[in-house]
Design a protein around this ligand. Structure first.
Ligand code: UD1
Length: 419
């Protein structure tokens, strides 16, 4: 039987908690190493399940991967095996970013077609279109996406994305760095994790400009070299601990982060009634006596992050007043709401809108996590609930949070994990 997290609500969290490197940066930076043979080092790597899963993908490709504390060493061979099989891609969709580097480096790739998941259909048409414009051909053979580069080397191209997709931007940039000539990516994703990936690639000898703006320009180079890279702090971990402080009415200082990368989310917490003291690499959240309702709409960066939506809904479920929460990124991102309803939350979902009518208090009960952030949100809800909340399927939480239970316990939460 998988483990559960049991949390007894009612304790105001107090103290300091540090965050580790960003999941959504490190996974792509692990893949970026495929672009150059030799020994690469990533520092500030979070101890999360997704890093282990990506290490398995890299091992399948022929790399030797070693995690020592928060430092990851990856030995990339001269002749990578250009393949990511279904069992690995199913476990972690982000594996699809191997497409760009494998096509750029080896001229071929065989990657299981990812299909949809708990968040909706999640097509990869933009990834493929960008790579096709650079000279790749794709066919779907028995569920496997087979990519080839008939000319031997990808060619720089003008790419305009119809939507600033994080994954498509990454695949395009990861391919363009070794392509012949210049690639421009118009309307790219501008996430801090993309900026960090581009910084890593430049440390490997790539020539990328404009990351974080509305156009990324990549001058292809003939070869890259291994580098040592320090992963940007995880703003989603930081934001989750911020909501933990807010929902428990406590006072939590989040260390080793960049509050600028959480600008919108922290200002929403202020609108909800928190006081926030910001410094360069830390911030402190002073939770309100009663949270106040606010409206939220998720958007690509610099908008409100979809991966913070469920944690905020947990908080708003006990706010004074009614909040309207709109999900603009994914088709199916309110499925956890039924679990919050078991705890007494009053939420109506109409396609991409959730109307959250704040209740005085939630009531602890058994609930089930169905993705990383929803799992975290249920634990946060438990911090504010009357009695005991038992969250099952917590392996989802392990995908994105290192030692979540222990770190919340360090802030005074009455929480433990067991079978
Ligand atoms: C990444 C993050 C995820 C985050 C998301 C949005 C990782 C590992 N995951 O996911 O945590 O929630 O960004 O910030 O970094 N789309 C298409 N066609 C495509 C590509 C995307 O229609 O070719 C759609 C998706 O179905 C989705 C939207 O675009 O509705 C956003 O997806 P995208 O930005 O690509 O997110 P991911 O890279 O999958």
């Amino acid at each position: 039987m998988s483990e559960v997290i049991e949390v007894v609500g009612g304790t105001a969290l107090r103290g300091e908690v540090g965050v580790f490197g960003a999941k959504n940066a490190v996974l792509k930076e692990m893949v970026a190493t495929l672009l150059a043979p030799g020994t690469h080092t990533l520092e500030n790597v979070p101890g999360i399940l997704d890093v282990t899963l990506m290490a398995d993908v890299l091992r399948h490709v022929g790399c030797a991967v070693d995690l020592n504390g928060h430092t990851l060493t990856i030995d990339v061979p001269e002749d990578p095996n250009p393949e990511a099989p279904l069992d690995l891609v199913r476990k972690m969709r982000a594996s699809i970013v191997v497409l760009g580097p494998l096509l750029a480096r080896v001229g071929k790739a065989r990657v299981a077609f990812p299909g949809g998941d708990d968040l909706g259909a999640r097509p990869i048409d933009m990834h493929m279109k960008a790579l096709e414009k650079m000279g790749a051909d794709f066919s779907l053979e028995h569920g496997v996406l087979v990519g080839t580069v008939p000319d031997g080397r990808l060619q720089g191209a003008d790419l305009g994305l119809r939507f600033p997709s994080v994954g498509a931007t990454e695949n395009a940039v990861l391919a363009a760095v070794l392509a012949e000539g210049t690639t421009t990516v118009g309307n790219p994703a501008r996430e801090p994790e993309i900026i960090d990936l581009c910084r890593h690639l430049n440390e490997m000898g790539a020539r990328i400009e404009g990351a974080g703006t509305n156009q990324i320009i990549v001058q292809g180079v003939d070869r890259l070299h291994p580098a040592t890279h320090h992963v940007v702090p995880d703003r989603l971990e930081a934001g989750t601990f911020a909501v933990a402080g807010a929902i428990s009415g406590g006072e939590v200082t989040v260390l080793d982060c960049n509050p600028e990368n959480l600008r919108v989310e922290l200002s929403k917490l202020e609108a909800i009634g928190c006081r926030i003291d910001r410094e360069e690499d830390r911030f402190t959240v002073h939770g309100p006596d009663r949270p106040q309702a606010v409206d939220i709409a998720t958007l690509p960066y610099p908008g409100f992050h979809t991966d913070m939506q469920s944690q905020f809904v947990a908080l708003l479920s006990i706010a004074d007043g009614t909040s309207m929460v709109t999900e603009n990124l994914f088709d199916n991102r309110f499925s956890y709401v039924g679990e919050l309803a078991r705890m007494g939350a009053d939420i109506t979902v109409d396609w991409q809108h959730a109307t959250v009518r704040g209740v005085w208090q939630l009531s602890g009960c058994p609930v089930m996590a169905n993705d990383i952030r929803a799992g975290a949100a249920l634990v946060l809800a438990g911090l504010a609930a009357d009695g005991t909340t038992t969250v099952s399927e917590v392996h989802h939480i392990d995908r994105g949070y290192e030692r979540f239970t222990e770190r919340l316990a360090g802030l005074g939460a009455q929480i433990l994990r067991h079978r």
